[in-house]
Design a protein around this ligand. Structure first.
Ligand code: NDP
Length: 245
């Protein structure tokens, strides 16, 4: 597979930022492995990208399952001979005030946003070390940078991931591994559609409609980080709407 640019596995590739990233990378010559639970959407995206000459694989992956994520990474490396980048993008936002005690929502965010990324690290780190090369990209959030109400646990999971990636960077200075944390602000995706509280959902959807930027803007930032030479690491990138406070 030396004639292709990179082999990139993307979690949460069935919509939003993951889908836009898969499109951009595939069109620029990367091999993309698509992971998510909604395989019909992955298959539709894969068909579109293959029609345009792309090389794509589809994997039903629930990132809360360590076995699923292991299988995703191992199958991708086996099929394409290596894995260059894991974009650990899958995430959910169950936005609510803490006083609502949506403990189920807290657990779900911890499972997907934090444990899901840790499963990715557990699956890909040994492979990257064996290859002598690899790149972890995570999609965190500006809500971890500017703390706002109703997003405590969501922001907490994103800042936990940021912390893990920085520690991973410090533990990997022998030049094998690159780590990148991408922090988007409001991006026009399906993320807010899953908020339970109708008033909050509408509030965030309104903000999204007024402010949000296209997922392609985040995809470009991810591609920029990936495209750097092996000795250049883009550690943190923030991409937000110009008008976001
Ligand atoms: P979307 O809701 O459009 O996409 C979320 C993706 O995550 C979907 O592909 C979904 O796939 C996947 N996903 C959710 N749960 C799981 C799971 N258990 N296992 C595997 N995949 C899962 O939202 P975005 O594109 O906006 O979200 C992508 C990332 O960007 C998230 O980490 C989010 O926190 C982050 N982000 C988004 C912002 C925004 O304003 N939109 C701002 C800052 C950060 P499926 O349901 O098919 O499994």
């Amino acid at each position: 597979m030396d004639d292709v640019e990179k082999v990139v596995a993307i979690t949460g590739a069935s919509s939003g930022i993951g889908e836009a990233t898969a499109r951009l990378l595939a069109r620029s010559g990367a091999v993309v492995a698509l992971g998510a639970r909604r395989t019909q959407r992955l298959e539709a995206l894969a068909a579109e990208l293959r029609d345009q000459g792309g090389t794509v694989s589809v994997h039903r992956t629930d990132v809360t399952s360590r076995a699923d994520v292991d299988e995703f990474i191992q199958a991708t490396a086996k099929e394409f001979g290596r894995l260059d980048v894991l974009v650990a993008n899958a995430g959910i936002a169950r936005t609510a005030p803490l006083a609502d005690l949506d403990v189920e929502g807290w657990d779900a965010m911890i499972e997907v946003n934090l444990r899901g990324v840790l499963h990715g690290i557990a699956a890909a780190l040994p492979l990257f070390r064996a290859q002598g090369r690899g790149h972890f990209v995570t999609v965190v959030s500006t809500s971890g940078l500017k703390i706002v109400s109703n997003q405590a646990v969501y922001a907490g999971t994103k800042n936990a991931v940021r912390t893990v990636l920085e520690a991973l960077r410090q533990e990997s200075t022998e030049g094998v591994l690159r780590t990148t944390s991408i922090s988007p602000g409001y991006v026009r995706t399906e993320l807010a559609d899953h908020i339970d509280d109708p008033a909050l959902r509408e509030h965030i959807q309104r903000n999204m409609a007024e402010l949000a930027i296209a997922p392609e803007a985040v995809a470009r930032a991810i591609a920029f980080a990936i495209d750097q030479p092996d000795d250049v690491e883009i550690g943190d990138l923030t991409i937000r709407p110009t008008r976001q406070g």
